[in-house]
Design a protein around this ligand. Sequence first.
Ligand SMILES: *Cc1c(COP(=O)(O)O)cnc(C)c1O
Length: 397
Amino acid sequence: MRMGRTIPPAATPFSWGDILSGLKGWVKGNSELERFRGELKDYFRVKHCFFTSSGKAALTFILKALKDLYPDKDEVLIPAFTCYSVPAAITRAGLKVTLCDIASEGFDFDYKHLKRIISQPERIKKLLAIIPTHMFGVPSDIAKLKEITKQHKITIIEDAAQAMGGQIRNSKLGTLCDAGFFSLGRGKPFSTIEGGIVLTNDSVIAMRLKKAIDNLSPLSIPEILKLLIYSITLRIFLNPYLFWIPKSLPFLKLGETIFDPDFSINRYSSFQAGFSRSWSSRLDHMNTIRRNNTIFWMNSLKALSQIKMDGVVFIRLPLKLKNLKTRKMLMRISDEKGLGISETYPGAIESIKTLGLEDCHCPNAISTVKKLVTLPVHELLKNKDKESILKETIKLF
Ligand SMILES: *Cc1c(COP(=O)(O)O)cnc(C)c1O
């Protein structure tokens, strides 16, 4: 077990002042939520904005609204490599997961595979929604997806959980499709401890979302206190000199990914909204640092030089290694030295047994997962951390 400076793989640091501002928000109540909502609507230029307890809760609400609108469709198409929360939300909404492989380079759909799926009339009949995903912040090619699906009535839901503040050709990620969502969880581009945001210009979807979310009861005082304690714990232990402590406690399951459709769905609180004080300038600031660190990695590691950067903000920088063995070796070194190099998900989506997707074959997703690590790019990374990481990674190429 490592004791001593340990870099978190992704981090969205906040101050004691932000916690105080959360407490003020709690006192202010609804007006604090409306302030945040108004700012988001202005910034993203969307008609409707909703808050939920998490990104996966946001997706669940969108999907449930669509299920009501199109009761004879029950399949949702997602990339075969994505966050386990996505199939969890689909299952929670009572719908079926179907997979499209990712491209051999990058993380976007394999559009040939996607076209094959779309060309089958019996699949189209069942297909309720497609979820393009800006994985690690890299924009999915939404224009292409729209072109491919334009003859069909399929809703496109943008998974921008990892991409708040990113843009493509001057359009803000999260606003490009029928509905989009962000996560405000720990380690996402911007965080209010926990939370999720839905953006949409579709009034029919919005009406249903509003009804479902208004039906939730407000958080109880013990629930808010739990969030408060969690925020204080994070504030203390997100310090690289202390991060080894929570990392070494196995019951915290830090960084572990499990597939759990029984996640809690709650109302978003004004305490959380209070954390969003001057969120857009803080997000800008954090994203500028993430971008600068990314440029540093690209200049230092030849293996990364092919990455396109215009407008892209990486939340952590994906790096494909030669094979599984190299990845395991690098992970062992990173754990020993606290470098914050991280694996992504334990497997491709088809390897989640309970989903029963044994018949899906998405070779690119499987091979990507085996080789992939990410490098930290957040503001807690100091020059000497970068040097240590570089020393270990550069010899692998
Ligand atoms: C984190 C994440 C989610 C879910 O967000 P939570 O707030 O953790 O529920 C969904 N999709 C992607 C790609 C994510 O990274």
